[in-house]
Design a protein around this ligand. Structure first.
Ligand code: GDP
Length: 195
């Protein structure tokens, strides 16, 4: 698969505002600052499609991008900000929860974590939720350019253990800087779109 065109389509602040669409949707999820915008920009080969370095506490929304008129990439708001007002957290949880639970167009989720660290409490909650939902998902451990090959093997073990992954789980390392993992990510998107 190649992505040739990706354009911003709309922002959704309430689940009821989700557009009526023919094409399937693939959601991208991860804690704030994990590298989600950089990953989206890398795989769509655009420098500024998704905004990098979001401001904590700003209004939370789903950003829809039209990819080659084939599918919509849905950028979910980053989770795990410290010092975010309770109301913002509650609104975030409601929006994500409703979207993941009810959105019929949704065919899969790309769940992004940091390759360097043990998955956070929020990462674990998110993955547990995905496992229970029966939705298809790919775990992407990004910023892999920042660790050695030796550490990579150790981190993979740790991530599998912490997130209760097994041989059948979809997993790849990734780097927005070097492009590592891009073919694996494309393969996953392809498999979703062709199934
Ligand atoms: P977001 O909040 O999840 O959208 O995260 P951003 O994409 O804004 O990235 C947060 C920070 O991590 C920025 O300073 C990026 O330049 C950096 N970053 C993101 N991905 C990578 C990566 O693969 N490798 C390295 N070395 N830095 C990255």
């Amino acid at each position: 698969m190649q992505i040739t065109k990706a354009d911003f389509y709309t922002s959704v602040y309430k689940y009821e505002e989700c557009p009526r669409l023919q094409q399937p949707e693939i959601a991208f999820s991860g804690r704030s600052n994990v590298g989600k915008s950089s990953l989206i920009n890398r795989i769509t080969r655009q420098k500024k499609l998704a905004r990098t370095s979001n401001t904590p506490g700003r209004t939370q929304c789903l950003n829809y991008y039209n990819v080659d008129d084939k599918f919509y990439l849905v950028d979910l708001p980053g989770y795990g900000f410290a010092n975010v007002p309770q109301k913002v957290k509650a609104d975030w949880a409601e929006l994500i929860d409703t979207y993941l639970r009810y959105r019929e167009n949704l065919i899969g989720i790309v769940q992004i974590i940091d390759a360097r660290h043990k998955p956070t409490k929020d990462d674990k909650m998110m993955v547990e939720w995905l496992q229970a939902s029966g939705l298809s998902f790919l775990i992407v451990a990004t910023k892999v350019d920042k660790i050695s090959n030796n550490k990579k093997a150790k981190q993979k073990k740790l991530i599998y253990k912490e997130l209760n992954l097994d041989q059948l789980s979809n997993f790849t390392f990734f780097s927005a800087q070097t492009g590592d993992g891009t073919p694996q990510l494309y393969n996953y998107l392809n498999s979703l779109l062709n199934s």
